[in-house]
Structures are given as structure tokens and as C-alpha cells.
Design a protein around this ligand. Structure first.
Ligand code: HEM
Length: 364
């Protein structure tokens, strides 16, 4: 029986530019000129806060506009009160976190979906004037002006948003662009992309400090640590350790396989699974021979890959699939790209979901 699990629906499609198979929220956003869309940025001092809801484990599960409607109805405050911060303390209580600042703060461009998620989780999103195309969660982030894909930035796109602070994952590039930004006098803070839980906590604290939300960062770090301990206990108690092959791509005939040192490898480790691809680092094109030799119990991919590429059935039709345990049992698990690989504050939720879906696929 086919087992297909999808979580966290999002509207992303894949982008095949440069022949690399990737989720293509990028495509939609690439059509938007950052300069033209600048006016859509949330200005500093507004109270557009907490526009995400809290799901399992208290993690955000994405939902724009909730607080605007809810809080204004609840309190009878005018929209103007809300936007000028008159309702700030009420929102702070509702959101359980720090407030969007009524006082001016840095104009922040956030590069890296995981970092953007931290900014939102801290309630600092009113500072954002732009994000990159991996910033797909919460949904409101994807509506901010885009500076393009984190690994293919252009200095002009960023400078046009006149930021005073650029927060970027260490995976951002190319290096020449980062150098240009430094040369322009903008504060550029690069944050480790180490794919470790400890690294996430360090990033939460660094973003808190850089945005003036250190207290909220302490609270978020403490909560994330509690959630993490619980998830790790659950996984340690599990008896099955499936061999999993992670496939990333848009064109199902040209998928890439995650080897060691990738975010995907780290997620498999945390979720109590084994990476069926061994002996190389980074991503490598999938071949039928390598697939058969890997003998995966389960195929893991992104929901966006399946949406764009013919679904699980299309994937399972590829050469070599029928000669693997995963192909024979039709075991395919798919999660949202940035939930799975983003290493943001949803990490405990992501690991828990991955573990649960992998185990469920074995018994389906
Ligand atoms: C212009 C389109 C894109 C291109 C050319 C591209 C290219 C790449 C390449 C070459 C890698 C592998 C880097 C390595 O070997 O370490 C990569 C990794 C990654 N990309 Fe993209 N990408 C694109 C768009 C996106 C988008 C829109 C997202 C998210 C919504 C995304 C999310 C990721 C993630 C999370 C990884 C890390 C995977 C891991 O380490 O396991 N990419 N991308």
C-alpha cells in the first residue's frame, strides 16, 4: 500500500533554474521587483505582530492576520490604536512573547528561512524590510519584499531596501556579494548554519540580541529546549531505525540524494533514522544503480517536490525504485521543505513529525 505523508501545506512550487531541483516559491517571488514592492514592507513601529498561530509543541503553524482581527474585536480598540502600538501590551500578553517595538529599531533584511522564523517567533517582524526566498514560513514572511535566493544574492536587491542590518545564514552567498555589503557599511551578521540543535539556540540568542529582543530570545530558547528534550526522549524510546534515502528535486527524473554533512542527514540522525546514502558529502544526482545499492526502507522527499513532479506515484515509477524495499512497499514520506530542512524554531516539531511519519510508513 502506498504511504504518503504530507505536512504543513504551503503554496510553493519548484524552480528549475540552473537545472537544480528546488522549491520555487522563488519563482513566484522572482517576478517581483524588490524596489517596486518596497512599499509593502511592514514599517517600523507598526504592531503587525504574532501573525502566526501556535501549533503542536507550541510551534508556529502559520496563519496571517489572526491577531489583527481577533484582538481588535476582543478589545474594541481601533485599528489606528493597534497600528500605533496603543494595544501593544495586550498583544504582548496574547502572543506570549516580546512585542513588535513601537520605537524605531534596525531595518532588517533576513536571509535564511530559519532566521526569519526566529525573527517572527521573537515578535520582531515589524523590523523586517526584506527576506530571501527560503523565508516561506510563516506565510506573512513570503509576502515581504524578496532579495532572491540565499545562495544567489545580488547586492543591489538588498541595498535597494536600505537595511541597517542584514542577518544571514552562513550558507548565504556568493561571497563577493557579502563582501560588497560589508563594504557598503551595512551591518552584516552571519549566523552559523551548523544543523545542530545547539546551533539553533545560539541563533535564537544572536537574533534576539541583534534585534533588541534578548528577553524574548531567552524565553524562546528555554521553551525550545523543553520541547526538544521531550522529543528526544520519545525518539530514544523508539525501537525502529529505518534506512531512509532523502531526495530533493523538481524534476523527478533528476533528483538529488543527500549525503553526509547536509541538513537532511542531520534530520535523519535526530529522528532516529539511518541515511541509506553513505560515502559522500553534500548532494549527488540519483542514479538507478546507487538507488538499488542504497536499499532504502523509506524514500523521504519534500512536499514541494511531489507537488511539482507527479506525486509519489511519479517518483516510484523511476528506474530502480521497484528493486528497493521502499519502492516495493511504496513507502514515501514528504514534508514541507523548510519545516524539514530549515533548522528554525520549529526544529522540535520537525523532528517529531519526521520520526512519526517514518515510523508510520513502516507499519502501513
Ligand atoms: C534558484 C533556485 C535554487 C537553487 C539554484 C538552489 C540550489 C541549491 C543547491 C545547489 C543546494 C545544495 C547546497 C549544498 O550542496 O550544500 C541547495 C540546498 C538547499 N536549498 Fe536550494 N536552491 C534554490 C531554491 C531554494 C528554495 C526556494 C528553497 C526553500 C524554499 C531552498 C532550500 C534549500 C535548502 C533547505 C537546502 C539545504 C539542504 C540540505 O543541506 O540538506 N532552495 N539549494
Amino acid at each position: 500500500m502506498r504511504r504518503l505523508t504530507t505536512a504543513h501545506p504551503a503554496a510553493a512550487r519548484f524552480d528549475t533554474s540552473e537545472g537544480v531541483n528546488e522549491p520555487g516559491v522563488a519563482e513566484r517571488r522572482a517576478q517581483r521587483d524588490p524596489i517596486k514592492t518596497q512599499s509593502t514592507a511592514v514599517p517600523n513601529g507598526t504592531a503587525r505582530i504574532c501573525n502566526a498561530e501556535w501549533g503542536p509543541l507550541g510551534m508556529m503553524s502559520g496563519h496571517g492576520g489572526f491577531v489583527h482581527t481577533f484582538s481588535a474585536r476582543l478589545s474594541g480598540l481601533s485599528r489606528r490604536d493597534v497600528l500605533t502600538g496603543g494595544a501593544a501590551s495586550l498583544f504582548g500578553v496574547l502572543c506570549g512573547g516580546s512585542l513588535a517595538q513601537a520605537s524605531p529599531g534596525p531595518r532588517v533584511v533576513s536571509i535564511g528561512g530559519g532566521i526569519t522564523e526566529i525573527v517572527y517567533a521573537l515578535g520582531a517582524q515589524s523590523l523586517l524590510v526584506g527576506v530571501d526566498t527560503t523565508s516561506t514560513f510563516p506565510a506573512a514572511a513570503a509576502r515581504l519584499p524578496s532579495v532572491g535566493y540565499a545562495r544567489q544574492l545580488s547586492a543591489e536587491g538588498i541595498l535597494a531596501l536600505t537595511p541597517s542590518l542584514v542577518l544571514a545564514t552562513a550558507e548565504a552567498g556568493p561571497p563577493a556579494v557579502l563582501q560588497q555589503l560589508r563594504g557598503s557599511g551595512i551591518a552584516l551578521q552571519t549566523l552559523d548554519a551548523d544543523h545542530r540543535f545547539e546551533g539553533l539556540i545560539a541563533r535564537i540568542q544572536a537574533v534576539g540580541k541583534a534585534t533588541g529582543h534578548a528577553d524574548a530570545a531567552q524565553a524562546l530558547a528555554a521553551k525550545t529546549t523543553r520541547d526538544w528534550s521531550q522529543v528526544q526522549r520519545d525518539i530514544a524510546a523508539a525501537s525502529q531505525r529505518p534506512r531512509v534515502l532523502f531526495l530533493m528535486g523538481f524534476d523527478i527524473a533528476r533528483m538529488m540524494v543527500a549525503g553526509q554533512g547536509t541538513a537532511a542527514q542531520a534530520m535523519l540522525d535526530y529522528a532516529g533514522a539511518r541515511n541509506a546514502a553513505q560515502g559522500y558529502g553534500g548532494y549527488k544526482p540519483l542514479t538507478p544503480e546507487a538507488l538499488i545499492a542504497a536499499r532504502p526502507d523509506v524514500l523521504l522527499t519534500t512536499r514541494q517536490a511531489l507537488d511539482a513532479g507527479g506525486g509519489a506515484a511519479g517518483l516510484l515509477r523511476q528506474p530502480g525504485m521497484a528493486q528497493t524495499p521502499a519502492g516495493q512497499a511504496r513507502r514515501v514520506v514528504a514534508l514541507d521543505t523548510m519545516l524539514l530542512l530549515g533548522f528554525g524554531p520549529r526544529l522540535p516539531l520537525a523532528v517529531q513529525t519526521l520520526h512519526r511519519d517514518l515510523v508510520a510508513s513502516l507499519s502501513a
